[in-house]
Design a protein around this ligand. Structure first.
Ligand code: HEM
Length: 338
């Protein structure tokens, strides 16, 4: 349901469909987020090393043109957010409760006179930015890495398809509430998040007190960078850490939401990802449906080299040829939604 709402909200304004398999006959399948949130402009503006951060008095020179680029990016994103909000305001009258999406709900809340903190237009834009910036590229990249890994191991794809055929059958798509019945798909996702955590290092944390960690003194005010990439490959925590082996998670209760420090794809503590629930739902349903509804053939070799950025993607995007495998009427309903 949540995925549907997000999709409808964005789809209405953007005609971007990031969870439904509408890419059937594309040769190269771009797994992208709407509005360039994973564009080089966005990623480099928020992640490139900035000299003036190290030498603050050089800031006024804007070496590298970061401030200029950030202003241009801000303008582009602000125009986009205004467009989405205005589009929703213009269509509000005709939208039923069932059709309401994230933006409709925020607009409705903004009119509530009893809200302790007023939801302004800027707040709505901020929440939209959180949702799109934090929520689309992360989920898409997780699916991309999982596909990169399993396309190299047909054994895993066959096992996943077997699970899907048994649990879901050939006459429907996978729904959100099917996930608990799909432990092998879940294991693929966890294994992919172990080897390819999307946000690594985690966003910088800050020690609010003096403390000792593993014998090291950390003083109050220290910036802490947590390298989830190496934690996920630590032989002290994982057998054969470099191998992609979903089976290692089968039949075990492994937490990936912050209490198990060997697997932290969403971080931990108070700054843990607030969107983990939605993110996992999108990843589970998207990956399961891609595997359920399509045969994949690699158009080019899989690249496992990582590109540095806010979120980790392969240096070379995954390129596959996809052939639908379920009865044709199941694909038609998505086309008619456009
Ligand atoms: C598979 C999908 C996702 C992954 C792997 C992921 C991962 C992360 C990670 C590792 C962090 C940093 C946590 C830390 O430093 O301890 C983070 C922060 C954040 N995520 Fe996610 N995320 C995902 C989906 C989402 C979604 C769907 C949303 C929004 C609806 C979202 C919104 C955010 C926001 C706003 C932050 C910043 C939180 C803060 O700084 O306090 N994420 N995410």
């Amino acid at each position: 349901m949540e995925i549907g709402k997000v999709r409808r909200g964005l789809g209405r304004s953007l005609k971007t469909n990031f969870t439904t398999p509408s890419l059937v006959r594309c040769k190269k399948v771009p797994i992208v987020s709407p509005m360039g949130y994973n564009s080089p402009a966005y990623l480099s503006a928020v992640t490139s090393p900035k000299l003036h951060v190290r030498i603050p008095w050089l800031g006024f020179l804007d070496l590298g043109g970061y401030v200029k680029r950030m202003k241009a990016l801000y303008k582009r994103l602000d125009d986009f957010h205004n467009y989405v909000i205005d589009d929703h305001i213009a269509r509000r009258k005709g939208v039923t409760d069932e059709e309401k999406d994230f933006v409709d709900v925020l607009l409705q809340l903004a009119e509530d006179p009893n809200l302790e903190v007023k939801l302004t237009r800027d707040c709505i834009k901020g929440l939209l930015q959180d949702l799109l910036g934090g929520g689309t590229d992360t989920s898409a990249a997780t699916v991309e890495w999982a596909l990169c890994e399993i396309l190299r191991q047909p054994r895993i794809i066959n096992k996943a398809k077997e699970e899907l055929n048994t649990v879901i059958g050939r006459n429907r798509w996978v729904e959100e509430n099917d996930s608990p019945q799909l432990p092998y798909i879940e294991a693929i996702i966890m294994e992919s998040m172990r080897l390819h955590p999307i946000v690594t290092p985690l966003t910088p944390h800050y020690a609010i007190d003096d403390c000792k960690v593993a014998g090291f003194d950390i003083s109050k005010g220290t910036m802490v960078l947590i390298n989830t990439w190496s934690i996920g490959r630590d032989p002290k925590s994982w057998d054969s850490p470099e191998e992609f082996l979903p089976e290692r998670f089968l039949g075990k209760e492994t937490d990936m939401l912050g209490s198990n420090f060997a697997l932290l794809p969403f971080g931990s503590g108070r700054r843990r990802c607030p969107g983990y629930n939605l993110g996992l739902k999108m990843v589970r349903t998207t990956l399961a449906n891609l595997l359920h509804g399509f045969e994949f053939e690699l158009a080019e070799d899989v690249c496992l080299e990582e590109m540095y950025g806010l979120n980790k993607h392969p240096v070379k995007p995954l390129a596959v040829v996809m052939e639908p495998t379920l009865p044709p009427h199941l694909y038609r309903c998505y086309v008619s939604e456009e």
